[in-house]
Design a protein around this ligand. Structure first.
Ligand code: ADP
Ligand code: ASP
Ligand code: MG
Length: 823
């Protein structure tokens, strides 16, 4: 006989009419002759039914209206999915059920309290309604051969509730099922999840989220080949995706691992689901209804996986009760009395920890049981508390348990170290620890406020490359845009080297784009246009510094002093900064020192190679010289690509003003050419180098001789351009004079070890290194103790988006290397 396959669809998979169709598509795609389909209630319905009971317990709520509302949801659903006659038949049964519900609620209202069994009866209707509708819908679609048989699990599954939850009475349940389903059945069983009957014949449920358990009970009863649990995520994830957005699908899990994860809070599967499958070795798959092509997670006896840690979960809120006293040392039976008392009070203990000194013992319980637990403990140790053998019973509230689960942890070295290291780095203290002898689970108690951060930190330690960088880019303009294209071209290669660069935020001048995973480096302009929001720099930075990603870097590609004003704060907060923006380093000296100090104190990196000479290795060269003990005597050079160009071209054949005009048209100058001609840009670069040399100079200390005539310094750009020819004659005269001496004109910046620094137009011998440069070349000459007779020269194109972005990218890679990447 063909083997059964059992499917279970959760509430999220049957939320509305389109979900019903999707589920039907999945089932109709299978050619298996017999399958069982366990369904949950439509999303939210169980909560609503329980809400009805609470409403009835209050004197004022309008029960009839609430029932009507719920009923109309199903009527609408049925109307959309069924033909008229099938709809009418469905509605008749629905009406009857609603009358029954109203009757029970009336009783509740009279006695002002619902019994457990009343609650069970009412909360189970969601599954009855969804399955009845689904069976009718599948029958009408008629695409599955064989019979579509509706099964009310209350007539099959018999359980006995005990301290460990509902225990299935297997032989009785099997007998029941055999009476409903003939041996040679072909087709589909549509089965209600969640509901069951007690051995005394009273309707019950399997507990919240219990349809998963129903799925595996039916899997076992039918001796299925496999059980597939369909939900709204791609499988069991390494952590709750609502708390850890980059949680990853776990390929395979053992039954025990799955059970531990479920018990410790992974809501995706009910902890009791595994037991029936283990006994018969039935594989369980967790798959996504909304992405049925994905393979999901396989839960089985011998999973194949290289991962030591499979998942990390949290449970909260919990309370931690600590019992402390010298009188407990070496006294047998204390634990017995303690846990006996808790058991008598019906309290379930989640975690226990006792130091080997036996001086204290602590345990974690659901916070809702804290008051009762404390009373029970105080009662049990009343005498010891009075005579001081036990000094304290403390109850800590608002805590969380973090559990790290994986079979591979047993016997592996360093797993616990990694857990505690990552918590230490995230500045989270651990209140209690427990590791079972199986070593499948390390559980710790942390302050609830930090639970999400703790989870993310531990998750990152096990699941991310330690070289994962969250990147925020401010200023996607000329340089920023090219930088993103350069990163895009290398990102895959770098990932193969274990460097994971994730652009998670882009901020323009008034809009920004934030993404949780990573922004598509090819499509960011469209994404920014479509999905962007109004700029809020604080929000931007907070987003980029996601605590589940090991490192954050902000790349500032603006020229804004305001943005640069934030570096200090960012560096102090643990964010690295990379920038071609000169404003911070050439601003007031105290602010510069504060910036450097903030980076030093926080252990963050601040990199700005592209502030001088664009991509040329100027700052790094200077640093290398100094750090290896060389002394700089003078740095001299041409630091402006624009001015280099103007004087390279200015040979007398054309007036200076027309060269400026042409350069402006080609975009070689700033929109206002005076920003170049004033020499201030060169002075800023000199200051950056001076400070790098250890000099304490301010911008005002640089002697700047600019090329903007005083009379034209205040007018607007148009007037400036119009009147510039008035000065052509004097420029031509200077050029002619230089020519007579076999010299050329160059705009040079110079800085000496004693701090003297100047910027201005100079006449240089035609054979001088600075005389023979091409186009926008920058040239920087380092005269040092080692390089004295023949100085060290760095030369090459010193302007333009490609080379500037290249310089910024090189800094980004340098940063990654500092953080441990092996490139
Ligand atoms: P269903 O309605 O299918 O029963 P649930 O809402 O009960 O679905 O469970 C699925 C949800 O569990 C997911 O949407 C996810 O938010 C949550 N979840 C919590 N922890 C995990 C985890 N470790 N792996 C996957 N999902 C998890
Ligand atoms: N409908 C029930 C609940 O919400 C059972 C389930 O969905 O698993 O708890
Ligand atoms: Mg569920």
């Amino acid at each position: 006989m063909d083997k059964w396959v059992v499917h279970k669809f959760g509430g999220s998979s049957v939320a509305d009419a389109s979900c019903f169709r999707r589920v039907a598509d999945i089932l109709e795609a299978s050619s298996n002759p017999r399958e069982a389909v366990v369904l949950s209630a439509c999303r939210g319905v169980t909560d609503e039914l329980l809400g009805l009971v609470s409403l009835a317990e209050r004197p004022d709520g309008n029960i009839a209206a609430a029932i009507e509302q719920l009923k109309s949801r199903y009527e609408m659903l049925a109307e959309e999915l069924l033909s008229r006659p099938a709809y009418e038949a469905y509605r008749t049964l629905l009406n009857k059920d609603c009358r029954d519900i109203a009757g029970v609620l009336q009783t509740v209202r009279l006695i002002r309290a619902a019994t457990d069994s009343m609650r069970d009866v009412i909360s189970g209707y969601g599954e009855i309604w969804s399955t009845r509708l689904y069976a009718a819908f599948l029958r009408e679609r008629g695409r599955i051969p064989g019979e579509i048989l509706w099964i009310d699990a209350r007539q099959v599954v018999i359980v006995e509730w005990g301290p460990l939850g509902p225990a299935v009475q297997w032989s009785e349940s099997e007998r029941n099922l055999r009476q409903l389903v003939p041996e040679n059945f072909q087709g589909r069983l549509i089965v209600t999840g969640f509901v069951a009957t007690t051995t005394t014949g009273i309707q019950t449920t399997l507990g919240r989220n219990g349809s998963d358990f129903s799925g595996s009970i039916f899997g076992a009863l039918l001796d299925a080949a496999e059980i597939i649990i369909w939900t709204d995520v791609d499988g069991v994830l390494s952590a709750d995706p609502r708390l850890v957005p980059n949680a990853q699908v776990i390929d395979q899990l053992s039954y025990n691992e799955a059970m531990e994860l479920a018990y410790f809070g992974a809501k995706v599967i009910h902890p009791q689901t595994m037991a029936p499958a283990v006994a018969r070795d039935i594989p369980i798959y967790i798959r996504n209804t909304f992405a049925p092509h994905k393979h999901g997670t396989l839960i089985c006896t011998h999973p194949v996986s290289a991962l030591k840690v499979k998942g990390i979960t949290t449970i909260d809120p919990v309370a931690l009760v600590n019992l402390e006293g010298a009188g407990m040392i070496g006294v047998p039976g204390t634990a017995h009395r303690l846990f006996g008392a808790l058991h008598d009070a019906g309290i379930s203990v989640i975690l226990i920890s006792q130091g080997s000194s036996e001086h204290s013992i602590c345990f974690a319980i659901p916070q809702a049981q804290a008051v009762r637990a404390e009373e029970a403990v105080r009662r049990a140790f009343d005498a010891e508390l009075r005579d001081g053998q036990i000094q304290h019973v403390d109850v800590g509230l608002g805590l969380s348990i973090l559990a790290v689960v994986g079979d591979g942890m047993a016997g592996a070295h360093g797993v616990a170290a990694k857990v505690f290291n990552s918590l230490g780095n995230a500045a989270i203290s651990v209140r209690a620890i427990a590791q079972g002898a199986s070593e499948r689970n390390i559980s710790l108690v942390v302050d609830g406020k930090f639970a999400a951060r703790a989870l993310r930190a531990v998750h990152a330690a096990f699941y991310l490359s330690p070289n994962t960088l969250s990147i925020g880019l401010i200023g996607p303009g000329t340089v920023g845009r090219v930088l993103l294209a350069q990163i895009a071209s290398q990102v895959e290669r770098l990932r193969a080297l274990n460097l994971d660069l994730r652009l998670r935020g882009i901020a323009g001048s008034n809009r920004m784009l934030l993404e949780e995973g990573a922004i598509d480096l090819e499509r960011w302009p469209q994404r920014l246009a479509e999905g962007g929001e109004a700029l809020d720099l604080d929000k931007f930075v907070a987003h980029c510094q996601a605590d589940y990603i090991p490192h954050t870097v902000i790349i500032d590609c603006t020229a804004s002093a305001e943005v640069a004003g934030n570096y200090r704060d960012w560096l102090a907060r643990g964010i690295h900064v990379v920038t071609p923006n000169k404003k911070a380093n050439s601003g007031p000296l105290p602010a510069y020192h504060a910036l450097k100090e903030a980076a030093r104190a926080a252990g963050t990196h601040y990199l700005y190679e592209a502030t001088v000479g664009a991509g040329l290795p100027v700052i790094q060269t200077l640093r290398d010289l100094r750090e290896t003990g060389d002394d700089i005597t003078r740095i001299e050079g041409i630091f402006s690509g624009t001015l280099a160009y103007l004087f390279n071209v200015f040979d007398g054949s054309e007036s200076f003003s027309s060269i400026v005009r042409a350069a402006k048209l080609k975009g070689y100058t700033e929109p206002d050419p005076r920003d170049d001609l004033s020499g201030m840009d060169v002075a800023r670069k000199l200051i950056i180098l001076a400070r790098e040399m250890g000099l304490t100079l301010e911008l005002s200390d640089v002697e700047v001789t600019g090329l903007v005539p005083a009379a034209l310094s205040a007018c607007d750009v148009e007037e400036f351009m119009r009147r510039l020819p008035e000065y052509d004659a004097s420029m031509a005269a200077m050029l002619a004079e230089a020519g007579r001496q076999r010299q050329v004109l160059r705009y040079v910046g110079r800085i000496d070890a004693d701090g003297r620094s100047s910027v201005g137009l100079t006449r240089l011998d035609a054979k001088h290194a600075f005389a023979n440069i091409a186009l926008t070349d920058n040239v920087v000459r380092f005269a040092t103790r080692r390089y004295c007779d023949n100085p060290l020269i760095v030369q090459g194109p010193g302007a333009g988006p490609e080379v500037t972005a290249g310089g910024v990218f090189a800094d980004l890679l340098r940063l990654s290397a500092y953080l441990g990447a092996h490139l």
